[in-house]
Write a new protein. Structure first.
Length: 671
């Protein structure tokens, strides 16, 4: 976001000659030392701080910032000196297009209820008497730098309290306690008011926009919650000098002589959200803008809104817990993992909780417990475009599916994907997006694991049609539950030969089987009794592109062949069969609709999976993950390291040990 190379320097030594500017964070000790160093050596100094639309989650919980402010004059919360934001508001003339953008940004802030951290629960019904007038005072933590920088003291808070009573004698006075005070980490500036019986306290972590809607007037010293109050249309009285005061939008009890321009709310939004901060596009990692970050945060909100209050993971392997914990921790009250249904019952499940189990075969005790408690149960599995590297080598996934009905590979019962494909209405723009995704996958040669070189292959087929037979893990659930008759790799090779006696048949073993991790090996002499070629080096994508058709049981290779518009013969019941796009050996009566290829892609890749980016600790689009897989694969290939992910027993075991160690970290509820 800074667009410059950063070099760490000591605050006690002269900076090296290559350093042209010194940078500090906020207004704390290290920043003051760096500022003094800049003054001593006549170097420019820049202050950094979080932007006003920072993230979906708190920085103290490790959530990275998606916006920062870069101020070469001061910093927005320090009214003792000018800041770049103050200069923008005091002097800049906003163009008509900028003001249109500001109107759109204000509408997004209100519609998406966007705040700095975008945390907090809904205010429950009945929390406030609808017939009473209320005023809200926003507490802060003692020692907060913004108080002194905002020309206030802790005594200012007590004056604010008395003013609220004097000016609203007919109203209830409520105080919003700071989260750090509730956590016991900091002291309250209004602690002396705790003995008063005429004060009501808010100790819950309620969303600022939802909370503010229940109040008629808001009092602040310097809290940014005053800005949220302006956004939701509440009158605000300021007893300090926050950056949004002094422009005619607030009732100010402390002033700043430098601020003489009157501003509208749309102009304040233009300055504070569009002009002053710098944003990171979460989808690409490149410099972005307000609207890209707003899109990202709203995506997180949509996922959370569909999720339970808390996940209870039952029987999930330790190494998988390490991969799942950051994702499932996005639930409002996080995730906790337990080994058995009995241990899950001891977690005191409450309405709004849900169980999570890896795979489809959850213990009967767990399903009974879920029924007794009336809780939802989610089945979780890897997504279709997962990673660069094998899941069996403990490589973290970039995509997952959480399914309440079943799972896409188990046709014994309906799944969320099957229901979606049977009923969803796909709009033209979504179908166009699906086509773009399909083109990206095909052009870049992407697969589920992206391990093999996708260089073209040449087989001595002559004029014979080429049939690709992709091998599978034979104890895979999709085969155990979705096949009848043909359910082994050797059986599939025989079936392909019987169906196409004149064809050149290529058998490609599954990478998990070739690595020795999973079951399904076919001895060469048995395979070559029916096939013409065993392909171990080329990627499955290269094989599909060189083939005229694909015969499979339930392999993802059948779906990848459909993306390339190749004929596919299916001997099992994979998710992509039964929609009129494949030649099916088995009946699938639950699939009652004919789909176009783009509709299948829209349902299976755009709507069904969740895509995760650990660098921003959030859910991203399918396109973002696909681009990330391409970049990671190509970088490893250029460094000569891609081959190490599929060869080298010792290297794979080291990765597994690391994953297992990560899974053995203390298991507690994650937020």
């Amino acid at each position: 976001m800074l667009g410059a190379r950063l070099v760490h320097v000591s605050a006690w030594r002269k900076p090296p000659a290559e350093v042209t500017t010194l940078v500090g964070w906020g207004r704390k000790g290290p920043a003051f030392k760096t500022l003094a160093l800049a003054e001593n050596h006549d170097l420019p100094f820049i202050t950094l701080e979080d932007g006003f639309l920072r993230s979906f989650g708190l920085g103290v919980n490790g959530t990275p910032a998606l916006s920062v402010v870069v101020d070469d004059l001061g910093i927005y919360f320090d009214a003792r000196q000018p800041s770049r934001l103050e200069q923008i508001l005091q002097h800049e003339t906003f163009s008509a297009p900028r003001l249109v953008q500001a109107d759109l940004a204000l509408e997004r802030l209100r519609r998406g209820r966007l705040t700095k951290y975008n945390q907090g629960a809904e205010v429950p019904p009945g929390a406030f008497d609808p017939d009473r007038k209320r005023v809200l005072l926003v507490d802060q933590t003692a020692g907060d730098a913004s108080i002194t920088c905002g020309l206030a003291t802790e005594e200012t808070f007590l004056r604010m309290l008395e003013a609220a009573f004097d000016e609203h004698p007919d109203a209830q006075v409520w105080i919003k306690t700071h989260p750090d005070v509730l956590a016991g980490r900091r002291q309250s500036c209004l602690s002396r008011a705790q003995a008063r019986r005429d004060v009501h306290w808010i100790t819950q972590d309620w969303h600022p926009h939802d909370l503010l809607g229940h109040f008629h007037h808001v009092y602040v010293v310097t809290s940014q919650m005053g800005l949220d109050a302006l956004i939701v249309g509440r009158p605000v009285t300021c007893f300090g000098v926050p950056f949004y005061s002094g422009w005619g939008l607030t009732d100010d009890r402390a002033g700043c002589d430098r601020r003489t321009t009157r501003r509208t709310l749309r102009e304040l939004i233009a300055a504070a959200y569009l002009r002053y901060p710098r944003y990171l596009d979460p989808e690409t990692g490149n410099p972005g803008d307000f609207f890209q970050v707003a899109d990202f945060i709203e995506r997180q909100q949509r996922v959370r809104d569909q999720w339970p209050r808390r996940f209870i993971g039952v029987g999930v392997q330790r190494w998988k817990q390490a991969h799942l914990r950051p994702l499932l921790a996005q639930a409002r009250e996080g995730v906790v993992f337990v080994p058995t249904p009995k241990a899950a019952a001891a977690m005191d499940p409450r309405p709004g909780d849900a169980f999570v189990h890896w795979g489809r075969d959850a213990p009967e005790d767990l399903m009974t417990l879920a029924g007794e408690w009336g809780l939802r149960t989610f089945f979780i599995e890897d997504g279709f475009y997962r990673s660069v590297g094998l899941g069996s080598d403990l490589i973290p996934p970039r995509s997952l599916v959480l399914d309440e009905q079943g799972l896409y590979f188990d046709p014994r019962t309906p799944s969320d994907l099957e229901r979606l494909l049977n009923t969803a209405v796909f709009q033209p723009d979504e179908l166009a997006r699906a086509r773009t995704v399909r083109d990206l996958i095909v052009q870049q040669g992407l697969t589920k694991y992206n391990l093999e070189s996708h260089a073209p292959v040449q087989w001595p087929a002559g004029d014979r049609p080429v049939i690709l037979v992709p091998g599978q893990v034979e104890d895979d659930a999709s085969i155990r539950h979705g096949c009848a008759g043909v359910n082994t790799n050797l059986g599939l090779i025989r079936a392909a030969r019987a169906a196409c006696p004149e064809a050149f048949i290529v058998f490609k073993p599954h990478p998990d089987v070739s690595s020795g991790n999973r079951r399904g090996h076919v001895p060469d002499d048995q395979a070559l009794a029916h096939a013409d070629w065993i392909e171990r080096e080329a990627s499955v994508v290269a094989c599909i592109e060189a083939a005229d058709a694909v015969h499979t049981m339930t392999s993802m290779a059948g779906f990848e062949a459909l993306l390339r518009e190749k004929p596919v013969v299916v001997h099992g019941r994979p998710f992509y069969a039964g929609w009129g796009l494949t030649q099916d050996a088995l009946p699938m009566p639950g699939r009652t609709r004919r789909l176009t290829l783009d509709a299948l892609v829209a349902g299976a890749l755009l709507r069904y999976p969740l895509y995760w980016d650990g660098s921003v600790r959030g859910f991203v689009s399918c396109e973002s993950v696909l681009r990330g897989l391409v970049a990671e694969r190509d970088a490893l290939q250029a460094q000569g390291r891609l081959v190490h992910l599929r060869r080298g027993w010792v290297r794979r075991q080291v990765r597994k040990v690391r994953g297992l160690v990560a899974g053995l970290l203390p298991d507690h509820q994650s937020r």
